[in-house]
Design a binder for this molecule. Structure first.
Ligand code: BG6
Length: 492
């Protein structure tokens, strides 16, 4: 199955340095993604992967440790003995104390020996180390034009901290060298948002306020916080999912067609959307944002504890595990159209989707034809499109219309070619394709927009609204959309 010799890529030497080389992200996501790229013949053949961490280990110890970790990844992504052996030939390990300039000097010497065409520094460490590592890489001269640095979220916890990180990064690297990851942008389904809108002429004339009544973006998780309680409790759903993933999806739905498919052309348009979002006043936060926290309940038939009973969560935590909000994009295309965003842990289903609700016909002549069309863009676990229409059954019931839908399943249509988000993003980082990475001004604008919400919650003594695990969140989320005469998709 390993296909590295038939790689479609021209030979390009690269070094990928993974800071945080023994961390969860590395073995759960990055190494399996790199292995998949290797297996699919997508990893340029002349490469080295260097894992960096604090503890001393030899290359062979690291390889043996990683092979053990692979047993825990999903079976389809596990290498055979023979595949692992060939993949492991790319793997190296280096012990580093990230505060020690001397350790960077010896890393530089290791890289210089090879002088690869491309060097990618992937920061899969705790975020407080980003400024330290970037500054040290710059000071040691590991910031030449062939170097790119990849930064994982969370990038800051508010606007000032995000600016601080961006400022240190900018001191060492040019903007085109700094790749901020939002793994949602690497999902094939999210790629399809661009394809749907800008590769097809069909929807564009309808993609505006005259035809669309509201848009709903739902990122629902059935899982709870698991063992990440201490991390999650400092973050909450707004910072974890809305400031990044949900807003990125909103920008892709609402942006104007970019003049080209270049990274900056796309990012300029996304930034305009972020700047057009209706700013939150304290009154708007109270009216248009619902925060919730899960209590004990039943998920997939099993009883599960509430958030406050999870390990490493303080018993009096005010952290939200659910957010629903209403916003508007204040421009000619979208004026007055509500955009509803909703995300939460321990919800009734594990799914992500965008529902574009069209306006009803202006003058209904068929009885029972009040239902409007809608386009459901399914992001996960299934990846597809459903266009809901009304049609005559032709069963002798006069003019009665029934809802039907056109159903397109991308997983089935393109099964063999689907590439996971991290695989895609890692290959883009190596190849220097920036389209799917977030520019610093986008990221800061997203923080600027959520700031008033964080501020209002910081001063609100009311705890988040409770909801039972396994439901769709607090009833206030339904009341919020009902004020506009709307309902969430699952309540239709
Ligand atoms: C991460 C969040 O960014 O995205 C997690 O930190 C969340 O809390 C995850 O579970 C969801 O990603 P996916 O790809 O499983 O939808």
């Amino acid at each position: 199955m390993v296909n590295e010799t038939t790689s479609k890529h021209k030979r390009m030497s690269f070094d990928l340095v993974l800071f945080g080389g023994t961390g969860d992200l590395t073995w759960r996501k990055l190494m399996p993604a790199l292995f998949q790229a290797f297996r699919h013949g997508k990893l340029p053949p002349g490469g080295r992967i260097l894992a960096v961490a604090r503890e001393p280990r030899s290359d062979s110890d690291y390889r043996a440790w990683l092979q053990q970790r692979f047993v825990e990844v999903e079976p389809a992504k596990q290498p055979t003995e023979e595949e692992f052996e060939r993949f492991a030939a790319l793997l190296h390990y280096r012990r580093m104390d990230l505060s020690q300039p001397g350790d960077y000097a010896s890393l530089k010497a290791w890289l210089d020996e090879r002088n690869s065409d491309t060097v990618v520094m992937y920061l899969a460490t705790a975020p407080h180390l980003f400024p330290v590592v970037c500054a040290q890489l710059g000071a040691a001269g590991m910031n030449g034009p062939q170097v790119r640095v990849v930064l994982e979220k969370p990038l800051g916890h508010d606007l000032p901290s995000a600016k601080e990180i961006n400022c240190v990064v900018a001191g060492a690297f040019a903007e085109r060298q700094a790749l901020r990851i939002d793994h949602y942008l690497g999902k094939p389904s999210v790629q399809n948002l661009s394809a749907l809108r800008f590769g097809n002429a069909l929807f564009e004339p309808l993609w505006r306020r005259e035809s669309i009544s509201n848009i709903q973006i739902t990122l629902a998780e059935a899982l709870g916080v698991g063992s990440r309680g201490d991390f999650y409790d400092r973050i909450g759903a707004l910072r974890d999912m809305v400031q990044n993933h949900a807003l990125q999806l909103l920008t892709m739905i609402a942006m104007e067609p970019p003049p080209t498919n270049d990274a900056d052309a796309i990012r300029d348009e996304k930034l305009k959307v972020l700047k057009s979002l209706k700013p939150f006043t304290p009154g708007a936060v109270a009216r248009d944002v619902v925060r919730g926290q899960y209590k004990a309940g039943t998920v997939e038939g099993k009883p599960v504890p509430g958030y406050l009973e999870e390990t490493r969560v303080p018993a009096d935590s005010m952290t939200e595990t659910f957010v629903a909000l209403r916003t508007e994009v204040q421009n000619w295309r979208w004026a007055g159209v509500p955009f509803y965003l909703r995300t939460g842990k321990r919800l009734a289903a594990q799914h992500a989707q965008i529902v574009v609700n069209f306006r009803p016909v202006p003058h209904p002549i068929f009885p029972g034809s009040a239902r409007a069309n809608k386009l459901v863009i399914k992001l996960q676990p299934d990846d597809g499109l459903q266009l809901h229409l009304l049609a005559a059954k032709g069963s002798g019931q006069g003019e009665l219309l029934s809802p039907v839908f056109l159903d397109l399943d991308f997983d089935k249509a393109f099964a063999a070619e689907r590439v996971g988000a991290y695989e895609r993003l890692l290959m883009d980082a190596i190849a220097g394709r920036l389209n799917l990475f977030v520019r610093s001004d986008e990221q800061e604008q997203a923080w600027r927009w959520v700031e008033p919400v964080l501020h209002a919650w910081g001063h609100d003594p009311q705890p988040p609204r409770p909801y039972a695990a396994g439901t769709w969140g607090p009833p206030a989320a339904s009341a919020m959309v009902a004020r506009d005469g709307c309902v969430w998709e699952e309540e239709q």
